[in-house]
Design a protein around this ligand. Structure first.
Ligand SMILES: [Fe+2]
Length: 329
């Protein structure tokens, strides 16, 4: 393995700049998320587990310019997204200058970075500012007041936009750190495909329960501006028509979430809680983004620890949500 933890074959893909024929595409007819197709599932599962990064360092890719990633940088990120549905980029610009950089200069660069992976910015979020890029910081503005992401509190396991309607589920997510907290603000990260594998290996019935169209409901909520976000009822695991991609709607919170009232759903949710909240899953990775670093992902499961700000300048991350997945993954 090289410094970035790439396999030889991935390295050769990077060398020729294609990066478009990774292991995930070697079997174009693979339907590994089809519960009736155990053969494809087992072949995919074994390779997925074998290639999954065991260290967060493997996820890291250095970028010369976030606004214009090179072919080689894009190929490395795409390969990591196939292995783990995420990558961590590190901009090589001086961290101090990035931390001081005008947000207005960073936003176009972040938009360009998303476009390099053919990501489409999702619908306007209640706190979306400036073309869909949301500042995640301690804030008391009307659109953010009362919501935990905009406090210093910990965030439990979730995928982004779990309260969206299933047909508006979030496919991709970009999180860029402008300034870390003085202490805390660590993310735990897990590819939803690993959670899927653990449950399916226990019992395919657990997967079937979480694919049910009424598996998880988030009740209606009234926003500060008086608008109503309607109740959202849908599956936890959303599988595409070709049974090749998985989108997960999930929150570990226990308030304002209702689970389908049957034994298989209860067993599946209990197992997810064991894996995630009790941290029994060994492939969970932990990382505290530094200034100028970011996470690009196909909406992986994540948490945030509580944090402390030092004086007047607090933790600031920018977040973009996308309707689709990283190109080629
Ligand atoms: Fe989140």
């Amino acid at each position: 393995m090289t410094e970035a933890g790439m396999t030889e074959s991935a390295e050769s893909l990077v060398r020729d700049g294609r990066g478009a024929m990774g292991w995930a595409e070697r079997a174009p007819m693979s339907r590994h998320f089809d519960l009736a197709n155990q053969k494809d599932y087992l072949a995919w599962r074994d390779e997925k587990l074998a290639r999954y990064p065991r260290s967060v360092d493997v996820l890291k890719v250095a970028l010369g310019d976030i606004g214009c990633p090179s072919g080689e940088e894009k190929a490395r990120i795409t390969d990591l997204a196939r292995r783990a549905n995420m990558a961590i980029y590190m901009t090589t610009a001086d961290a101090a200058s990035l931390a001081d950089a005008s947000p207005e200069a960073l936003r176009p660069a972040m938009r360009a970075f998303g476009r390099a992976f053919e990501l489409d910015i999702a619908e306007a979020h209640r706190s979306a500012e400036n073309e869909g890029i949301v500042a995640i910081e301690v804030a008391d503005t009307p659109a953010k007041r009362g919501f935990i992401p905009y406090t210093t509190k910990a965030l439990s396991w979730h995928t982004d936009g779990y309260y969206n309607q299933p047909e508006e589920a979030i496919g991709g997510m970009l999180l860029h750190c402008v300034r870390p907290a003085s202490q805390g603000g660590v993310n735990a990260l897990l590819d939803p495909e690993i959670a899927y594998i653990r449950l399916r290996d226990r019992s395919p019935a657990l997967i079937a329960a979480l694919m049910h169209p009424e598996a998880m409901s988030i009740p209606e909520s009234v926003e500060d501006d008086g608008s109503v976000r309607p109740v959202s009822t849908g599956p936890v695991f959303i599988i595409d028509a070709e049974c090749k991609t998985l989108t997960m709607r999930y929150t570990a919170r226990t308030r304002s979430v209702f689970w389908r009232d049957d034994d298989e759903t209860r067993a599946a949710v209990a197992m997810l809680n064991e894996l995630l909240s009790e941290q029994q899953e060994p492939l969970i990775l932990h990382y505290r983004l530094a200034a100028g670093e970011g996470l690009i992902s196909n909406n992986v499961l994540h948490t945030r620890t509580a944090f402390e700000n030092d004086g007047g300048i607090g933790r600031l991350l920018y977040r973009v949500r996308y309707t689709n997945r990283i190109a080629g993954t």
